[in-house]
Design a binder for this molecule. Structure first.
Ligand SMILES: *[C@@H]1O[C@H](CO)[C@@H](O)[C@H](O)[C@H]1NC(C)=O
Ligand SMILES: *[C@@H]1O[C@H](CO)[C@@H](O)[C@H](O)[C@H]1NC(C)=O
Ligand SMILES: [Zn+2]
Length: 329
C-alpha cells in the first residue's frame, strides 16, 4: 500500500507514551501550571486549575504528539493520520453529494489503558468506535498482535517491509476503515435503529443484527478502499490478499474454532470469515454505499447481499424489519 506523502488528518490524538499523563481526569501538566499560578501569581488554585485544565487538555487533544516517540512510533502515527485522512476524503464528498455534512471522527491512539466516552479502553479489547464521543480508539500494539497472535500476514512488499513485526499496512488500514464505517453508521442513525431493534429481539436475533451491522462496516471499508484507489492509486500487489487474510482471521467462526475447536453460529456477532471477505469485496468492487445486489446465491446470502445498501436494511421476515427511511445515504 502506498501511503507516504499524502495528507495527514488533524483528527488524531496521540496519547501514547508520556504525552497525556492523567490522574483521574487531572492532567499533571495542568496541576503544575495551576500550582505555579497560585504560588507565584497568587491566583486562586481552584480557578487556576480550571483555566489551565482547559488549555492543557485542549493542547493535549489537539494532535500534540508525545515527545518521546521512537521513529517507528512516529511512522505509525503518520500512517494512522494518512489513513484517517483517506477516510475523510472518501466520506466527505459522499455525504456532500447528498446534502449532508460529514463530521469526521477523532481517532485516539493509546497504549495500555485509556479513558473513553464508552468506559475504559484497554489494549485487549482491540480497536473500537465509541458513539458517545464519536471517537475511534486504537492501541497500536494491536497492529503487532494482528500478526504475532492472530497470524495475519505481514507486508509482502519487501521494499516496504521494515523491521516491524506487524500485519501488513493495508490490513491495518482496513481495521481503521472498518471502525470509521461504524462512525458513518452512527451519523446516519443506523446504529441507534439497530440498537432499538435489538431491544425487541431475542439474543440470537440480536446477534444477527450485530452481524449485519458489522458486515455493513466491512462493506463501508470496502467503499473506502475503492474511493481511495480511484483518488490515489494506493493499492499495490498483495494488498487485497492482505485485507482478505485479515477479514478471514477476524471472522467469528475462525476465532471461535481457534479458541474452542468448534463454531457456534448463533453466537456470532461479527460474521463468518467468508461473509467478512465477501462484504469487503462488495464495497470495494462497487465503491457505492447504495449498491444493490441481487444475486441469490442462497437465501441467507440474498438477505445479506442487501446490506451495504445503507438505504435499506431488511432483517429477514421473522426478525423485526428495520427500514431506513432516510431517503438518501
Ligand atoms: C513495493 O513498494 C514500492 C515502494 O512503495 C513500490 O515502488 C513497488 O512498486 C512495490 N512493489 C510491488 C510488487 O507492489
Ligand atoms: C471501484 O468501483 C468502480 C465502479 O464504481 C469499479 O469499476 C472499480 O473497478 C472499483 N475499483 C476497485 C479497486 O475495485
Ligand atoms: Zn466492528
Amino acid at each position: 500500500m502506498r501511503w507516504k506523502g499524502r495528507r495527514e488528518s488533524d483528527n488524531v490524538e496521540d496519547r501514547r507514551g508520556g504525552g497525556g499523563v492523567k490522574a483521574g481526569g487531572i492532567s499533571i501538566l495542568g496541576l503544575i501550571v495551576a500550582f505555579v499560578a497560585w504560588k507565584f501569581f497568587g491566583v486562586d488554585p481552584q480557578q487556576a486549575y480550571q483555566a489551565t485544565k482547559q488549555v492543557t487538555s485542549a493542547g493535549a487533544s489537539q494532535n500534540s504528539a508525545p515527545t518521546n516517540l521512537t521513529p517507528e512510533q512516529q511512522e505509525t502515527a503518520s500512517f494512522v493520520k494518512t489513513v484517517l485522512a483517506d477516510t475523510e476524503d472518501t466520506w466527505k464528498p459522499i455525504f456532500q453529494q447528498q446534502g449532508v455534512q460529514y463530521v469526521s471522527p477523532k481517532l485516539v491512539m493509546f497504549s495500555g489503558v485509556e479513558r473513553s466516552g464508552c468506559g475504559t479502553a484497554e489494549s485487549a479489547m482491540g480497536p473500537f468506535y465509541c458513539p458517545a464521543d464519536q471517537k475511534v480508539y486504537i492501541d497500536t500494539q494491536f497492529f503487532k498482535d494482528m500478526r504475532q497472535q492472530m497470524g495475519i500476514s505481514g507486508e509482502k512488499n519487501q521494499s516496504e517491509l521494515s523491521a516491524k513485526d506487524e500485519a501488513g499496512d493495508f490490513a491495518q488500514a482496513y481495521v481503521i476503515a472498518h471502525e470509521v464505517g461504524h462512525h458513518v453508521q452512527n451519523l446516519l442513525g443506523i446504529s441507534s435503529q439497530v440498537q432499538q431493534a435489538r431491544q425487541r429481539a431475542s439474543e440470537t436475533q440480536g446477534n444477527q443484527l450485530s452481524v449485519r451491522l458489522e458486515l455493513q462496516a466491512d462493506c463501508l471499508a470496502g467503499v473506502w478502499a475503492n474511493r481511495t484507489q480511484q483518488r490515489t492509486q494506493f493499492l499495490e500487489q498483495g494488498d487485497i490478499e492482505e485485507a482478505m487474510d485479515a477479514a478471514e482471521k477476524i471472522g467469528d467462526d475462525y476465532l471461535q474454532k481457534k479458541a474452542r475447536g468448534y463454531a457456534v453460529p448463533d453466537s456470532f456477532t461479527h460474521g463468518t470469515s467468508q461473509q467478512r471477505m465477501q462484504w469487503f469485496n462488495i464495497g470495494m468492487n462497487s465503491g457505492d454505499i447504495n449498491a444493490f445486489y441481487w444475486k441469490p446465491i442462497s437465501i441467507l446470502a440474498t438477505i445479506a447481499l442487501l446490506l451495504c445498501a445503507v438505504r435499506q436494511i431488511r432483517l429477514g421476515s421473522k426478525v423485526s424489519s428495520v427500514q431506513y427511511v432516510r431517503p438518501i445515504i
